[in-house]
Design a protein around this ligand. Structure first.
Ligand code: BGP
Length: 489
């Protein structure tokens, strides 16, 4: 394998899933703070109160009832509130990342640590200081930060009072937040991601929307448009503040295959790529809506609030890198089949050529190579694989070990596939595995679904010491990085 000399090996996290300290030092609540824990069979719920004080909850894929206000309820468990306490343990965790040899660490800034409601004029100094401390710690070990600006944690106040991304006004609040962090960290951070998995709402409407209404589609496309404008505005602003800044989009990368050779399936598959993968990537990388956008909007009778000025902003604020997550692949068909496979915001029929994780996600390393080649062919810019990994149940032995050979196998296969794509000419510059230290699952809220090289003693009921243990994969990844991907067996 020949990985580039300065390849960024590392790991990735998100504030809401690891920091904890949800109401410490002036931090305000985000939607992830009103989400309960779930599991494979039970969804996570959003909790709320009606105007008469009655408490209620609804699955996170649905909306809370009209008039209800999000609320933290006493008899519910909220795993993100404590996360894995990265807020207080970041020094210990970063030292462990350094021991593995990390060259890059992807983290997100919690918007509500900086602007607790999102609307304040002045930022929260304690929040700003926390990230200065984290960046200083990374610098000590020569680890480059890669910072996501929003990772599923828009301030709850903006969601509730403004209607979140349904309202154009939110763009201003977002840009104020960006201006603040760009100026504050301009000498500490070079690599940025604007919105994590910006396309996930398109995948979600496909996955849970059933026969979603035209109005539901309009909402999704409008929210995305405001996010595109916000993202492009941030890119232009960031480049002015520091011309060395490099921005990436962040696409939830699912490799879709047609399930049969029925030409209708081939066409459907192509359209799935357009709708769920290329739609967002094209706007962010090429600075304009793709031709097929008109067809998609027409299919759902969608009319959007898009101004001439917006189109200029999109064109000016193109990202510098194509950045994506990859876990699994999915089958697309118009035929009647049993939809039993799950995935990262995807669902479909099982692929008989693949095996599946305990959470039903397809194990498909070839799919990563395929995705990389398609993306590079289309965008011809540097690529970062910023999430990849296997969510699995780990067992901590009495002598404090975790023998996670299944995780090593998964990562090895995916690194090999990425190496092959690089040999084919794809300009991959970074690989940050997801949840390099165990953290709260985004989809299910579980701790039991672990991705890390570092085991965290924490369970799904909030028990455990939070102590860290090195898994077998820790030593394996250390060797991979030390040999720059040459020794992966
Ligand atoms: C991506 C998210 C992450 C992460 C990951 C794994 O969609 O960007 O936040 O959690 O998927 O998903 P899960 O935690 O549901 O296993």
């Amino acid at each position: 394998m020949s990985f580039p000399k300065d390849f960024f090996w590392g790991g990735a996290t998100a504030a809401n899933q690891c920091e904890g300290a949800w109401n410490t030092d002036g931090r305000g609540p985000a939607k992830t703070d009103v989400m309960t824990g779930g599991n494979y069979d039970t969804p996570r719920y959003l909790t709320y109160r009606m105007p008469d004080g009655t408490a209620g909850k609804c699955p996170i894929t649905e909306k809370i009832p009209e008039g209800a206000k999000y609320a933290v309820l006493e008899d519910c468990y909220y795993p993100n509130h404590a996360g894995i306490d990265f807020y207080h343990r970041y020094k210990e965790d970063i030292a462990l990342f350094a021991e593995m040899g990390f060259r890059m660490f992807r983290l997100s800034i919690s918007w509500t640590r900086i602007f607790p409601k999102g609307i304040e004029e002045q930022p929260n100094q304690a929040g700003l200081q926390f990230y200065h401390d984290v960046f200083a710690e990374l610098k000590k070990y020569g680890i480059e930060p890669l910072v996501s600006i929003v990772h599923f944690d828009t301030p709850l106040y903006l969601e509730e009072e403004l209607g979140g991304w349904n309202n154009r006004e939110i763009i201003e609040h977002f840009l104020k937040y960006c201006r603040t962090i760009f100026r504050e960290y301009k000498d500490e951070v070079r690599y940025w991601i604007t919105f994590n998995e910006i396309n996930h709402i398109l995948n979600m409407i496909k996955m849970f929307g059933g026969e979603a209404t035209d109005e539901a589609y309009r909402e999704v496309y409008q929210q995305l448009h405001y996010q595109f404008v916000a993202s492009a505005g941030a890119v232009t602003m960031g480049h002015k503040i520091n011309p060395d800044f490099r921005f990436g989009c962040m696409i939830c990368g699912i490799t879709n295959y047609p399930m049969t050779c029925d030409p209708q399936d081939i066409l459907l598959n192509r359209q799935r790529w357009e709708e769920c993968i290329f739609y967002c990537g094209d706007v962010q990388c090429k600075g304009k809506y793709p031709v097929f956008a008109k067809r998609l909007w027409a299919e759902h009778h969608v009319e959007l609030d898009i101004t001439e000025e917006d189109l200029m902003i999109l064109q000016a604020g193109r990202v510098d890198m194509y950045t994506f997550s990859y876990y699994s692949s999915s089958l697309v068909t118009g035929h009647d089949v049993e939809m039993t496979a799950k995935g990262n915001f995807s669902m479909g029929a099982k692929n008989p050529y693949l095996t599946y994780s305990d959470w039903g996600w397809a194990y498909d390393a070839v799919g990563l190579k395929y995705f990389l080649e398609v993306a590079y062919d289309r965008y011809e810019c540097p690529i970062m694989v910023v999430e990849n990994g296997l969510g699995a149940v780990d067992e901590l032995t009495e002598d404090g070990k975790v023998h996670d050979s299944y995780r090593i196998d998964y990562l090895r296969d995916h690194i090999k596939a990425m190496g092959e794509a690089i040999e084919d000419g794809v300009d991959v510059i970074a690989y940050t595995t997801w949840g390099c230290v165990d953290l709260v699952s985004s989809g299910t809220g579980e701790m039991k679904k672990r991705y890390g090289f570092i085991y965290v003693d924490r369970d799904d009921e909030g028990g455990g010491s939070m102590a860290r243990y090195k898994k077998d994969s820790f030593y394996w990844y250390q060797k991979v990085i030390r040999t720059n991907g040459n020794e992966i067996d």
